[in-house]
Design a protein around this ligand. Sequence first.
Ligand SMILES: CC(C)(COP(=O)(O)OP(=O)(O)OC[C@H]1O[C@@H](n2cnc3c(N)ncnc32)[C@H](O)[C@@H]1OP(=O)(O)O)[C@@H](O)C(=O)NCCC(=O)NCCS
Length: 165
Amino acid sequence: MNVLPYAMMITLRRLTPADWDDARTLSVAQAQREFVGTLDDILDAAQPTDHFHFIERDNEPVGFCNIDTAYSQYYEFAEPGELGLRSFLIDQRFQGQGLGKATSAALLPYLKRHYHQHPAIVLTVNQRNLAAYHLYRLAGFEDDGELYLGGAAGPQHVLRLRLNA
Ligand SMILES: CC(C)(COP(=O)(O)OP(=O)(O)OC[C@H]1O[C@@H](n2cnc3c(N)ncnc32)[C@H](O)[C@@H]1OP(=O)(O)O)[C@@H](O)C(=O)NCCC(=O)NCCS
């Protein structure tokens, strides 16, 4: 009998209010918390301009991210209209299985479909967060050398992914 290879399906899905309790069960390792905090911190600071998303594998939440539609109002390095990618994480139970990489591949088509009126998405990543930096560069985010020094955990690279390229 032939066995078909298992194709992993990664999707981004916007949270509804009914999802918030499930979202609070996601977490990263203690040593990674300086980079993203906890889901309680993130959800308790929610703004109407935050678009919270689950990262789902075959419809099961395995991670989280926030597409911030007001990002350029908070950060000088972002141009008006540019989105922000914040709180991007894969739950600690599911890390190291290629899910971060698969998500980064799914991100651009998703943004082009649902956020096409925005020219780009911008993020900051701590200089010590080598795994995340590597992942974002693989996903096509550009690094023009700019650093953001306002983060509590040290200097951060500013990365940008153009949606209209
Ligand atoms: C960063 C994160 C999303 C990666 O998710 P993941 O599902 O574990 O990543 P993957 O298994 O898809 O691996 C992605 C790539 O990172 C690489 N990688 C993993 N750990 C690494 C490390 N410590 N240093 C360098 N590269 C690393 C992997 O080798 C892989 O690259 P490759 O395929 O070219 O070898 C996850 O570690 C995480 O949630 N971290 C905590 C939250 C965080 O820091 N978010 C970013 C905030 S800006």
